[in-house]
Design a binder for this molecule. Sequence first.
Ligand code: ATR
Length: 281
Amino acid sequence: MDSHTLMFGVIGDPIRHSKSPVMLNRAFRESGINGAYAAFHVTPDQLQQAIAGVRGLGFRGLNVTIPHKIEVMAFLDEISDGAKAAGAVNTIVNDNGRLIGYNTDGIGYVRSLKEEAEPNLNGKTIVVLGAGGAARGILWALAQESPAAILVANRTESKASELAASFSPDYRISAIPWSNLQEACSTADVVINTTSVGMSPNVADLPLDPSWLKPGSVASDLIYNPLKTAFLQQAEQLGCRIHGGLGMFIYQGAYAFEYWTGKPAPVSAMREVVLASFSTI
Ligand code: ATR
């Protein structure tokens, strides 16, 4: 670091578990960019001050994680269409003093799904399980790929209906009753778990019965702890292609890197360093 170093960071509460500093610092080094990225523990009562600090110190960019992704929007100068649709910001670009909020979670997820499991989502039928913030975050990005239909199922059915109704009908996003999930899965090309069911420490729990999926279809899970959930393990044994949540984390960081630097992200180096950091826990 020297007096030319571009400054970046991630804010959250808690934040000490974050893999973003390891991943982004590796990306800067790999790309020959004089940048540095640190994690900042920011509590909700300090959020406004933290954003003022970004302006005052001229940070080039910031990632925002739980619990600030919604509240931070009030302190920015501009919000991208994707972030508006997701209702949340996870990446801020400081463009000569103008703070612009983006959401790279949804597009990061879709890029990962296309790179790692299903390159063409056009005309496909996609089932999304869950209707919380994680589901909202990926729906807009999935809809940009022009699938035939996106069917949202949630334990609390009213939340799925509200979520689907919040998008334009052009996006072909609709809610289905929980009782129709088995039938929907039997014809779907991609089934995505956005719920927390199966996350460590409850690694044996299943969000749905994997035998409902069509062999050859894609089973995708947003969870990356564990890297391969019970849902994915069983779906794989039943002949499905599987897609875990780590790629979403890598590619949300890749898009942030690209928005900040204008250069292609060194994705394989980023993945390598994150995987290595898991094995040292
Ligand atoms: P996030 O913002 O990470 O998506 P969230 O808003 O709390 O988290 O949403 C969690 C999602 O997981 C919800 O869709 C929730 O279903 P409900 O709306 O019915 O609560 C779903 N979920 C959590 N535990 C579940 C379980 N045991 N079975 C089915 N769905 C579950």
